[in-house]
Design a protein around this ligand. Structure first.
Ligand SMILES: [Zn+2]
Length: 420
C-alpha cells in the first residue's frame, strides 16, 4: 500500500524553507519527500494549494474515560482529534478512577488501540487520586506508558510534595505538567476584574495563577526537573516564564486557542461554555499571550479539550463545570487569529502544534523526515467555514465558538499512513 501526496505546500518546522513537494507514504512510513516524485504503483492524492504538515499533537485533552463516558470516550475523543487535524493526543489523568496506577494507564491504551483513531499518550497523576498529598507510583506509571505527570484540574498545593514529584520526574526523565492555581486565591467562576463585578460573579484573580507559576519555576530551578506550565492565561505568567527561560530554567509553556482569542467580555450573557479554568482573562492578558506566542515564550498551543454533557452545562453560571471542547476548532482559530493576521508564520504555528509538544513529551511525532511514521495533516488554509457544534465528532458540544466564521480547516489526517 503506497500513497503519493502530490504538490502540497510542505510546512515542516524542521525544514529550512517552505517548498512545494511530493510525499510518498509506504507501509505506514514516510518513504520520500521531494519535488516531482514518481511512484507508478502508488495511489495519488492531489494536495495542490493545500498545506501538508506533520500530524498535529495536542498535549492537553480530557478523553474522560474511564468513568465519565457520558461526556466523552476514547473512541469519540480520538475521532474528534482526527477531525481537528490532530494525529496524537496526550490525555489528562482526572478520570474515574484517576490514572494514578498502571492498570488505568493500560486500560486507556487498550481503548485507544480498539478505537484505532488518533494516537493516545496518557499522562499519569502526580499524586494518588490527585489529592496532592502522597506521590503516585511514578516509575510504574511510566513503565505502563505514561508520557508525563500532572494532577491537571487540581493544583499540587503542597510545595514539598511538588518538590519530591519533580525530583522523581527528573530521575525518570519525565516532564511535570503543572495546572497552576493557588487554591486559597481561587474559588471563583470567572476572571476577577471589572466584568465579574458588573455581573456579580465571584472572580479568580490573575495572581491565583501567577503565584503558582512562580513557585513551580522556583522548584524547577531547585530540582532541575523539566516543568511545563499548562494553559497559561495571564500577562504575569508570560512574564515569569520569559524571565525563567532567560535564566536557563527548564520550563516550557502552553496556551489555548480560547485564551488567545476570547476575553472575559464574552462572559456577558452568562453562556456557560465560556466558563473555563483558568478563566478567560482581560484584553491586556490576551495581548501578552500573543506576544509570548510570537517571541517563543509560549512553546505550545494545546486545546484543554474538556467535554461536558448538555445537562451539566445547562445550569446557572455559578454551578456549571469548567471546560470547553477545543479539538475541532483549534486549527481554524490558530489560522484565523494567529497566522492570517501575521502573529505567527505557518511554520511557527505548526511547530507549536506538533514538533514542540512532541519534543516536550518525547513522543515520535512532529516530523516529515523519511523514515518517520506517516502521521500527516493536510490543511486548506483559505477555506472559510462556520462552527457548528452539532457536526462535532466529540460528544461535547460545549463551545463558545458556535456560529463563528473561521478561515483554515484541516481536511485530511493520516495516522501511520491510514487516511481519515
Ligand atoms: Zn488544567
Amino acid at each position: 500500500m503506497s500513497l503519493l501526496i502530490k504538490n502540497g505546500i510542505i510546512i515542516d518546522p524542521c525544514a529550512e524553507n517552505r517548498a512545494v513537494k511530493d510525499i510518498l507514504v509506504e507501509n505506514g512510513k514516510i518513504a520520500g519527500v521531494s519535488e516531482h516524485l514518481t511512484a507508478p504503483e502508488a495511489e495519488v492524492l492531489d494536495a495542490t494549494d493545500k498545506l501538508v504538515t506533520p500530524g498535529l499533537v495536542d498535549m492537553h485533552v480530557h478523553l474522560r474515560e474511564p468513568g465519565f463516558e457520558a461526556k466523552e470516550t476514547v473512541q469519540t475523543g480520538t475521532l474528534a482529534a482526527l477531525k481537528g487535524g490532530f494525529t496524537s493526543v496526550a490525555c489528562m489523568p482526572n478520570t474515574y478512577p484517576v490514572a494514578d496506577n498502571a492498570s488505568v494507564i493500560r486500560y486507556i491504551l487498550g481503548r485507544a488501540q480498539e478505537a484505532g483513531n488518533a494516537k493516545v499518550y496518557p499522562v499519569g497523576a502526580i499524586t494518588k487520586n490527585s489529592e496532592g498529598s502522597e506521590l503516585a507510583p511514578m516509575a510504574e506509571l511510566k513503565e505502563a506508558g505514561a508520557v508525563a505527570f500532572s494532577d491537571d484540574g487540581k493544583p499540587v498545593n503542597d510545595a514539598a510534595v511538588m518538590r519530591r514529584a519533580m525530583e522523581y520526574a527528573k530521575m525518570l526523565d519525565a516532564v511535570i505538567i503543572s495546572h497552576c492555581e493557588e487554591s486559597t486565591l481561587a474559588g471563583g467562576v470567572m476572571h476577577e476584574g471589572t466584568i465579574s463585578t458588573m455581573l456579580g460573579l465571584k472572580g479568580i484573580p490573575a495572581a491565583a495563577e501567577e503565584v503558582m507559576v512562580a513557585r513551580d519555576v522556583i522548584l524547577a530551578r531547585l530540582t532541575g526537573c523539566r516543568l511545563h506550565i499548562a494553559h497559561v492565561s495571564t500577562a504575569g505568567s508570560v512574564q515569569i516564564i520569559r524571565e525563567a527561560k532567560s535564566r536557563g530554567i527548564k520550563v516550557t509553556a502552553e496556551t489555548t486557542p480560547h485564551h488567545f482569542t476570547l476575553t472575559h467580555d464574552y462572559v456577558h450573557g452568562y453562556d456557560t461554555a465560556t466558563k473555563v479554568n483558568p478563566p478567560l482573562r482581560a484584553p491586556e492578558d490576551v495581548e501578552a499571550i500573543l506576544a509570548g506566542l510570537a517571541d517563543g515564550t509560549i512553546d505550545v498551543i494545546a486545546t484543554d479539550h474538556a467535554p461536558h454533557t448538555e445537562e451539566e452545562k445547562n445550569v446557572e453560571y455559578d454551578l456549571a463545570p469548567f471546560g470547553l471542547v477545543g479539538l475541532e476548532t483549534a486549527v481554524g482559530l490558530v489560522w484565523s487569529q494567529l497566522v492570517l493576521p501575521g502573529f505567527l508564520t505557518a511554520e511557527q504555528a505548526v511547530a507549536k502544534l506538533s514538533l514542540n509538544p512532541a519534543r516536550i513529551l518525547g513522543v515520535p511525532a512532529g516530523s516529515l523526515e523519511v523514515g518517520a511514521p506517516a502521521d500527516i495533516t493536510i490543511i486548506e488554509p483559505r477555506q472559510e467555514w462556520e462552527v457548528n457544534p452539532e457536526s462535532f465528532a466529540s460528544k461535547g458540544k460545549n463551545t463558545p465558538f458556535a456560529g463563528r466564521k473561521l478561515t483554515g480547516k484541516p481536511v485530511m489526517t493520516l495516522v501511520n499512513g491510514t487516511r481519515f
